[in-house]
Design a binder for this molecule. Structure first.
Ligand SMILES: Nc1ncnc2c1ncn2[C@@H]1O[C@H](COP(=O)(O)OP(=O)(O)OP(=O)(O)O)[C@@H](O)[C@H]1O
Length: 895
């Protein structure tokens, strides 16, 4: 049976599965449902050790009615029930124990087990006091049932509060194997309240003589240290007394108490040698003992009531046993029912599995059937689609045929319309062409008339010389004609009546007019031939003068240069041809010590003295500018040392470049009436350190941007990559160009004049002419070159950049001499070293061949520059002696 209870309680965790009836078998519920109440004395089995909070218990006890059982909240209903049956009077019936104690006192007190409950393993470290219904063997000694078996009996934990002692203090009783009683009267001093009454009572052995034996009460031990017996014996006035004499037994008191067979000695006797204070204390203890004895008598009476309660509980236990048996039977029935339900459940599951299997089979079959149907439907659909497609294709074919026939008809109609439009257009165009032809004819006629008129005017202007020679003849003819006219007039008058004669005269006059027109046309043709002849003769004249010509110019001394510094330079034929120059050399000392000066005479194509102006110089070179307009390549360059006047001659405001441009404009303008139209394009470049710079470009690109020279060998044309080309559409434009070039050079230079002295500047002017009358085309180039200073700098003195500049200048000038020398040798197909320097490569098509070259050798008048002057003149003489093209007079250097 116990096992069943344990099993049921152990299944409490699976309580939800237990039928309702079984769930009600929870111990606490069972107690409450059955209406049975635990006896209040069940808590009397609580051992002192199980009360963990004595203070709380004491408080609770103080509120319990005198003689009432001490119990915790779990047994509240039962305790109240028992209390009501207790023989002890109840002064407080309005509240149960649990209500009085409250939750705070419940926690530390171990929970009593019910008769139905099983001990929860490890649930709490606090042992649970056993109820009267608990049947566990190990707990039986302290339970009521255990007590019934008579193994152990104990009454413990009777606590008497000082305040309530005199009026039946509340007691909690517990059986102990060795009964002892302790009390603490509130009348004793504080330090004596600490005295354990039980220890005192142990000495008194009050239990033994009592009949029937009554459970001694014991004051609850406080957690404080219990004073020793000797301490208790000591009073406040005898703190040092070591022992107290036993009191003589009082007649009103029972005989000396015994514990077992042992007689306990009296606490104090009259024989004890005590003081008056001790007597008082003894008296007091005796009073207390009397009161305590009375109390114990009352407790014996309450013990009878408890026995009755025990009997009552036994009856209840029997009833509960019966109820338990009934519940076990119900449990068995429910188990059987459960087994039956389980059987039904398994059979239902089997049936469910079978039905599932059948369902699956049915599903498979239906799926297969559906698949077959879907396949059938798909095939039918495909057939239908095929039919529909074939129908649609047939319809499309039909539509296409219809559309093509419509298209064909439309195309034929459109073609007919096009042919009509074409024929109409052809007619219109024919008509327009006819109109154009007639218009062309009119234009031609007008042009002819215009040309005739122009030719007439031209012939009148240009035939002056021819006509002058014929003037006399024409005058005589005119006189003759006038006389003839007069005669004819007379004859007309005479023959007025004869129309035949008149018409004949008219025919003669017509004939004369036609003759005059023919003569005019002939004169015009003759004029054009004469222009061509002029060009040819001009070129021949230039060739006869030589394709390389050398002019020498001596600049005047500047204001800053004193006359004493001026060298002796004379111009022997200044008044005549002006081709010779004589320079007195520096002093030379002969081996005999004779100091002498040598006169150096040079002859060039022309020598300009210090008084000469740029205008004079240009008059001499204007023929070359005309050659450029006629389609020749012309190169004019200035050679000489720094400060000799090269820039002044070439690029100053009235220098060769502006003058050449102005002349070209003027000539081009005059040639317009002969059908010539000219386009002029200009470049201005610089050769510095064998690099090409664009002087019309940006100043900061100088010496950085790379330019290449490209030659068109077929057309003998030179181009430079990435240079600015300026169209000179007005003569003023040249000034802008020159200013821009000068500005760029000054930005690049660190000193004034430095850049122009250390680099070659080349102004390239391309002249493209087109004759609208004759259809002729000419393309000439005029190169105006300002060479770097030719002075021979000492290589040893120059370093770094200056040395590099000097080397480059010397090399390029030397190359120029080499090229001219090679050209002078005149070997056809001979090598001309144009590529040896940038300058000669750039001027390749302007040096040699049909090109015309003019070199100015500029001379400084200063004595200090005499050496360089002589060097320059000797170089110029070599150039002058070079024969390019036609035979040229040889001029020797006179020593
Ligand atoms: N024919 C001249 N009449 C008056 N002054 C002249 C003449 N020729 C040169 N000069 C003056 O002489 C000075 C030097 O002339 P210029 O600068 O033309 O020499 P350069 O040979 O071009 O020198 P660089 O090689 O440094 O360019 C200038 O002040 C210039 O005005």
């Amino acid at each position: 049976m116990d096992e069943n209870f344990v099993n049921m309680d152990s299944r409490s965790s699976t309580r939800s599965r237990i039928p309702q009836g079984l769930a009600e078998m929870n111990s606490a519920k069972t107690n409450s449902r059955s209406g049975l109440k635990a006896p209040g004395f069940a808590t009397s089995n609580i051992k002192p050790s199980s009360i963990t909070k004595p203070t709380t218990a004491a408080n609770a006890t103080s509120k319990i009615p005198s003689g009432g059982p001490r119990q915790h909240g779990r047994t509240n209903s039962l305790s109240s029930s028992v209390s009501s049956r207790s023989t002890q009077p109840r002064t407080d019936t309005g509240s149960t124990f649990s209500q009085t104690v409250g939750a705070s006192s419940r926690a530390p007190v171990s929970r009593p087990q019910t008769s139905m409950g099983t001990r929860r393993l490890g649930a709490s470290s606090i042992s649970r006091p056993k109820t009267s219904l608990d049947t566990h063997e190990e707990e039986s000694p302290n339970s009521v049932l255990g007590k019934r078996k008579g193994t152990h009996h104990s009454y413990q934990a009777l606590q008497v509060t000082p305040g309530s002692y005199d009026k039946h203090p509340h007691c909690t009783m517990e059986w102990t194997p060795s009964p002892s009683t302790s009390y603490t009267p509130d009348t004793i001093p504080d330090q004596q309240r600490e005295v354990s009454l039980s220890s005192m009572m142990g000495k008194l052995s009050l239990q033994e003589p009592m009949d029937p034996p009554k459970p001694p009460t014991m004051l609850a031990k406080k957690p404080r240290k219990v004073p020793s017996r000797s301490m208790m014996a000591r009073g406040p006035c005898h703190s040092k007394s070591t022992s107290l004499p036993s009191p003589s037994p009082s007649p009103s008191r029972p005989s000396s108490p015994k514990r077992g067979n042992k007689v306990i000695k009296p606490f104090l006797t009259k024989h004890s040698s005590v003081t008056a204070c001790d007597d008082n204390r003894i008296q007091h203890f005796e009073d207390m003992f009397g009161a305590f004895y009375n109390k114990m008598s009352e407790v014996g009476q309450s013990s009878d009531a408890m026995k009755e309660a025990v009997n009552l509980y036994k009856t209840r236990v029997d009833e509960l046993e019966k109820t338990r048996e009934k519940l076990l039977e119900a449990n068995c029935t429910l188990r059987i029912d459960l087994e039956a339900v389980k059987g039904k459940l398994s059979s239902t599951e089997a049936a469910l599995r079978d039905s599932e299997r059948e369902q699956e089979i049915a599903m498979d079959e239906s799926e297969q059937r559906m698949r077959i149907e879907a396949e059938t439907i798909r095939q039918e659909s495909q057939k239908q689609i095929g039919n529909v497609l074939s129908e649609h294709q047939a319809e499309i074919q039909e539509l296409r045929r219809r559309f093509e026939s419509d298209l064909e008809n439309e195309r034929a109609r459109v073609q007919r319309e096009i042919s009509q439009v074409n024929s109409q257009n052809a007619l219109d165009s024919q008509r327009v062409q006819l109109e154009m032809v007639s218009k062309d004819r009119e234009v031609e006629k007008l042009q002819r008339e215009l040309r005739t008129a122009f030719a007439d005017i031209e012939s009148e202007k240009t035939r002056n010389r021819d006509l002058r020679s014929n003037l006399d003849t024409v005058s005589s003819n005119s006189v003759t004609l006038e006389s003839s006219i007069r005669a004819l007039k007379a004859r007309v008058e005479f023959l007025e009546s004869g129309s035949q004669e008149q018409s004949q005269a008219f025919e003669r006059l017509q004939q004369q007019l036609e003759d005059a027109l023919a003569e005019t046309t002939e004169a015009k043709e003759k004029l054009l031939k004469e222009e061509t002849l002029r060009r040819k003769l001009h070129n021949q004249v230039q060739e006869l003068k030589g394709n390389i010509r050398v002019f020498c110019r001596v600049r005047p001394p500047l204001n800053s240069e004193p006359p004493s510094d001026v060298a002796q330079i004379v111009f022997p034929d200044d008044a005549e041809e002006g081709k010779e120059i004589s320079v007195m050399g520096p002093e030379e000392k002969s081996s005999l010590g004779i100091v002498s000066r040598r006169n150096n005479a040079f002859s060039f194509d022309h020598v300009f003295g210090p008084e000469s102006r740029n205008a004079d110089v240009f008059d001499e070179i204007s023929q070359l500018v005309q050659s450029a307009l006629d389609g020749y390549n012309v190169c004019i360059f200035c050679y000489g040392q720094t400060g000799s006047g090269k820039t002044h001659t070439m690029s100053s405001q009235d220098g060769m470049i502006p003058r050449a441009v102005h002349q070209i404009y003027d000539t081009a303008k005059s040639l317009e009436e002969k059908g010539w139209t000219y386009t002029m394009e200009g470049n201005f470049v610089e050769v510095y350190n064998e690099n090409l710079n664009d002087l019309l470009g940006k100043a900061d690109e100088l010496d950085k941007k790379k330019h290449e020279i490209r030659h068109d060998m077929q057309r003998c044309k030179t181009t430079i990559t990435d240079v600015n080309t300026v169209t000179l559409d007005s003569p003023e434009m040249v000034e802008t160009i020159l200013k821009r070039a000068a500005s760029n050079r000054s930005v690049a230079a660190t000193k004034a004049n430095e850049r122009s002295s250390r680099s070659h500047s080349v102004f390239i002017l391309r002249l493209i002419g087109q004759n609208s009358i004759t259809g002729e085309r000419s393309e000439g180039t005029l190169n105006l070159v300002d060479l770097a200073g030719s002075e021979r700098l000492s290589h040893s003195g120059a370093t770094g950049e200056r040395l590099k500049e000097t080397q480059n200048i010397n090399r390029s000038l030397s190359c120029l001499g080499d090229v001219i020398g090679a050209l002078g040798q005149g070997k056809e197909g001979g090598h001309i070293p144009y590529r040896n320097s940038k300058l000669t490569y750039l001027l390749q098509f302007s040096l040699g061949g049909n090109s015309k070259t003019l070199m100015f050798v500029m001379v400084s008048p200063l004595q200090a520059h005499l050496g360089e002057t002589l060097t320059s003149l000797k170089f110029a003489t070599k150039v002058h002696n070079t024969h390019i093209g036609t035979a040229k007079r040889v001029a020797k250097i006179q020593n």
